[in-house]
Design a binder for this molecule. Structure first.
Ligand SMILES: Nc1ncnc2c1ncn2[C@@H]1O[C@H](COP(=O)(O)OP(=O)(O)OP(=O)(O)O)[C@@H](O)[C@H]1O
Ligand SMILES: [Mg+2]
Length: 455
């Protein structure tokens, strides 16, 4: 049977890949969003402390004798202490001139009054967050602007962020693993009904063309309906072919039998030798045609049944005994002894019509190709396999043709003059193969053909 083309790959794998891919994207998104949010919150925390520090310095600024004096409180810097010992820098300007602090601390270009300005920049090789604000001081006849910048490195902040990232990454990974497990579970439960359907169809007997009755998910209903309608049509066409084979056999054989009986009767009445000769050839031709028709129809029937074997519990010994009984008259006519070696019953499972047909062809060949007054040995055994062995004392198979004799319409050079169509061994071999067995042809050392038909 042809394997179905696997063009779309596995449904289960696609589903699993989609789900796992989705889970990966979600886990990465979760990580990025949470990390970004945490970074914002941490930054806001640092900003508000920096702003408080700047404000406390600005609040301490006073104008005395036209001089700006700042006695800034201890808390202004101590509030900036962090576990990572972040460094703090500051600068105080009166209008544009540096009053105190780090000369090179970057200074924002313009600052709105009362508003705090924040910036992240690099100072002395490390990233720092800088907060700047200004305040106008009014004296008796003077108006001056004091600007304060306080900057802080971000070591504690990045430590916090790293630890948050690690935690979020582990949670994200946990979710990912959970999602992978879930996706495996989901895929197998989704694919399970399909597998169940496939198993139930495979497990059916070859004759079982009844509709699938097992409940299936909604999405599979169209598939099962088409399957059922296909089986209904198949059932119908099988019945038609069976009828056709029977009908064809009948139509071909009956008129041939009639013609043959007329020819035989005429032969009795005709005296002229050349007419008798013609009639004999006619009878022979009719026999050939009728044999060919019979074998062709048997072969067609076997090809047809082999696809849907009707297994029955049979006894191979009984089957052979029955055949021998039916072929005994033919054997008697040729003075051939059919010697049986039958053990206890050999139970087999098989299609009795096919098996009878196959073994009959083997015995028929032995009768046809061996000389009168010889012996045909028929042995049934169950060891190593259930098998039937037919040995005769004839000329044996033509050795150079033995490999091809089981091919369709193949006849050996020893068959000239014998009626036959070259289908007997083909039928026997097809039946053996359909039952998972084999047929081997050999010649016996002492002469004669030997066929082993095993199941
Ligand atoms: N027992 C035998 N002894 C010798 N030759 C045999 C024997 N059985 C078969 N053969 C050879 O194998 C050939 C094929 O056998 P097969 O049974 O397929 O065809 P057939 O007997 O010629 O025709 P039919 O289809 O009527 O049986 C025969 O023509 C014959 O040459
Ligand atoms: Mg034959």
């Amino acid at each position: 049977m042809a394997e179905p083309k696997q063009v779309l790959g596995s449904l289960r794998n696609r589903l699993a890949v989609t789900l796992i891919g989705g889970a990966t994207i979600l886990a990465v998104l979760l990580f990025l969003v949470v990390r970004n949010y945490a970074a914002q919150i941490a930054q806001q925390g640092q900003d508000s402390i920096l702003a408080a520090s700047v404000s406390s310095i600005l609040d301490a600024a006073v104008l005395r004798d036209n001089q700006v004096e700042i006695d800034f409180p201890y808390a202004s810097f101590s509030m900036l202490t962090t576990p990572a010992d972040d460094r703090v820098f500051y600068a105080i300007y009166r209008d544009d001139e540096l009053l105190s602090g780090y000369v090179d601390l970057p200074r924002p270009d313009h600052i709105a009054a009362q508003a705090h300005h924040y910036q992240t920049l690099t100072y002395s090789g490390t990233p720092v967050r800088i907060s700047t604000a200004s305040r106008v001081l009014l004296g008796a006849d003077l108006r001056t602007r004091v600007t304060v910048s306080v900057a802080q490195t971000q070591d504690a902040l990045s430590d916090t962020l790293n630890s948050i990232s690690r935690n979020v990454a582990s949670v994200g990974f946990g979710f990912f693993v959970l999602a992978v497990l879930l996706s495996f579970w989901v895929t197998s439960t989704t694919v399970a009904p399909l597998n169940r359907l496939a198993r139930s169809v495979t497990r059916r007997g070859p004759q079982d063309l009844s509709p699938v009755a097992q409940p299936v998910p909604t999405e599979m209903v169209p598939l099962v309906s088409s399957l059922n309608s296909l089986m209904a049509r198949l059932n119908q066409s099988l019945t038609q072919s069976e009828d056709f084979i029977a009908e064809a056999a009948h139509r071909v054989r009956t008129p041939l039998a009639t013609v043959r009986s007329y020819a035989e009767t005429t032969l009795q009445r005709v005296d002229k030798e050349e007419n008798r000769q013609a009639l004999r050839s006619m009878v022979r031709a009719i026999d050939e045609s009728s044999r060919a028709a019979g074998q062709l129809l048997d072969h067609a029937m076997i090809s047809f049944r082999a696809d849907q074997l009707e297994y029955q519990d049979l006894d191979l010994v009984e089957l052979v005994q029955d055949l021998v009984l039916r072929l005994a008259p033919v054997a008697e006519m040729k003075d051939i002894e059919l010697r049986l070696d039958l053990p206890e019953p050999v139970p087999v499972k098989g299609d009795s019509i096919l098996l009878q047909n196959a073994i009959r062809n083997l015995i028929d060949n032995a009768l046809k190709y061996s000389p009168s007054e010889s012996i045909i040995d028929i042995r049934v055994s169950s060891d190593p396999r259930s098998q039937v062995e037919v040995r005769d004392q004839g000329p044996g198979f033509p050795p150079d043709e033995i490999a091809d004799l089981a091919l369709r319409f193949s006849r050996g050079n020893n068959a000239t003059g014998t009626i036959g169509s070259g289908l007997g061994l083909t039928i026997a071999q097809d039946v053996a193969l359909a039952h998972g067995g084999a047929m081997t042809l050999t010649n016996r050392e002492k002469g004669g053909a030997c066929v082993i038909f095993s199941l």
